[in-house]
Design a protein around this ligand. Structure first.
Ligand SMILES: O=C(O)CCC(=O)C(=O)O
Ligand SMILES: [Mn+2]
Length: 203
């Protein structure tokens, strides 16, 4: 992991291929360990529709949603605390940010062939001076980025396995989403699909 000058797309800093295949393998094993203890589930949106993305979390907080809205919870819906964030993932945060504080949530998103994530802001955290760091593993995902208003014009970039994106500064509250997955484009995951990790400072 050797962060060289990232691509700057409207303040989104994208480190292409930051993680070597070996590093991706280690992280994936660690994430499988997390999911064994905290299985993926499909959160329900405030409108009562299950999300197409499977989710779980590691850390002191996990992201959660149901008809009452989006929020962070201390426990998995099965009642157990979220597993710790693996060291292999924490190292990425240290490599691409100079934050004194460690993240307290690693949200795990699992995309199968038809899954997508609509345009949204990450704004359930308390302090937006901390960035959100996103890690892509497995199949490529078409990442759409916009500005801080939903109506702002957007552009898209394919995120590949091993890419890391830092959403900080002016990009911290920018709209973003995943339009589609290029299913089968990576051999990292046994059954294809894409895993995205986002590291967040929650409180
Ligand atoms: O999957 C991605 O690359 C983005 C995920 C995301 O925006 C989120 O979890 O809030
Ligand atoms: Mn997001």
């Amino acid at each position: 992991m050797d962060p060289v000058k990232p691509l700057n797309l409207r303040g989104f800093l994208i480190y292409k291929s930051l993680l070597s295949p070996a590093e991706q393998g280690v992280i994936l094993d660690d994430i499988r360990g997390v999911i064994k203890q905290a299985p993926l589930f499909s959160p329900i949106t405030a409108w009562g529709k299950p999300m197409s993305v499977g989710m779980s979390s590691a850390g002191r907080y996990g992201w959660y949603s149901d008809r009452s809205g989006y929020r962070y919870e201390r426990k998995h819906p099965n009642g157990t605390p979220w597993p710790a964030i693996p060291q292999s993932v924490m190292r990425i945060w240290s490599a691409v940010t100079d934050c004194a504080r460690a993240p307290d949530c690693c949200l795990i998103n699992h995309y199968t062939e038809k899954a997508r994530m609509g345009l949204h802001q990450d704004n359930d955290e308390q302090d937006f001076s901390f960035p959100v760091v996103s890690v892509s593993l497995g199949d490529e995902g078409l990442f759409r980025i916009g500005g801080t208003e939903r109506k702002d014009k957007t552009e898209s970039i394919w995120l590949s396995s091993g890419d890391v994106c830092v959403m900080g500064g002016s990009a911290r509250l920018a709209y973003h989403g995943i339009d589609r997955i290029r299913f089968g484009s990576s051999a990292l995951l046994r059954n294809n699909g894409r895993i995205n990790l986002t590291l967040r400072v929650v409180d």
